[in-house]
Design a protein around this ligand. Sequence first.
Ligand code: ES4
Ligand code: ZN
Length: 326
Amino acid sequence: SKLKQLIQQLPKAELHLHIEGTLEPELMWRLAQKHNITLPFASVEAIQDAYQFNNLQSFLDLYYQGADVLRDEDDFFELMWAYLGKCHEQNIVHTEIMFDPQTHTQRGITYDVFMPGFARAIDKAKTELGVSVYLILSFLRHLSEDNAIETLQQAQPYYSMITAVGLDSAELHNPPSKFQGVFAQAALLGFKLVAHAGEEGPPEYVWEAINLLKVDRVDHGVRSIEDPKLMAYLKQHQVPLTVCPLSNLKLCVIDDMREHNIVELLNDGLRVMVNSDDPSYFGGYLNENFYALVDKLDLTEEDTVALISNSISASFLPDNDKQEWL
Ligand code: ES4
Ligand code: ZN
């Protein structure tokens, strides 16, 4: 359709993407063979068939298991290079990518393995594809704050590659308040701040991310709609919400895409945009997330342009660079 062509053609930014969530079954299979790892799957198709989730935790279990095939620098290069190629195909001109250091350090893979792999792919994408890339170091919230502090310290040789810190993994029972100390440290080091909140967790967690962690953006935040005072605050301060439609559907945050509240949030004046989160696991990259909205919601051309313009304006690019795309 004309609207889908517009979505494909417009220059876009992606602000909520976990690099470990771009690991396609084919690459997982190939890396398992390369490293002599026995997967609990009989084929690439069996991996794909296992991607049916009831909630966030049932997904995270497979996501951490999948990431175990990433062992050497070349693996991290290949993972990053494949995603940045997708960005080029989909006219994503700028992307702010989360990576989970603890997913790797916990199994003995150190920063000096994954960071040089990422750096090589990012440099190649800048020169060969013209894609602009920022990195967000994301802490696993099911682990302790002390472990997060140690993880931030271990990243020190790579601070110049990192724009922001984030907070992901199991939201329920791991509120933002648990990470106040490490976020304060990261702010002092000059990092921008983001946190997942209001995905499965209540609006109170969004308030904590804003008031205690002092985040610049909220990842997901779709449950904010349950709290009118919070909605008024998000509108007044134009706090960006990085919404992920196919993710919300696959993790049963909603039962049907026709129930998704992204258009309501947009029409209420909130700064929302579309993102793919973990595209390999949730069945689509950025454009497919837009197409799902076009197919199931009454998304207008005006809505589409507003969502895409929000993706640029809510990025951490300097104002001069944003202007080029707005
Ligand atoms: C995640 Cl969808 C989602 N939520 C929380 N943590 C995550 N890590 C990777 N994807
Ligand atoms: Zn996420």
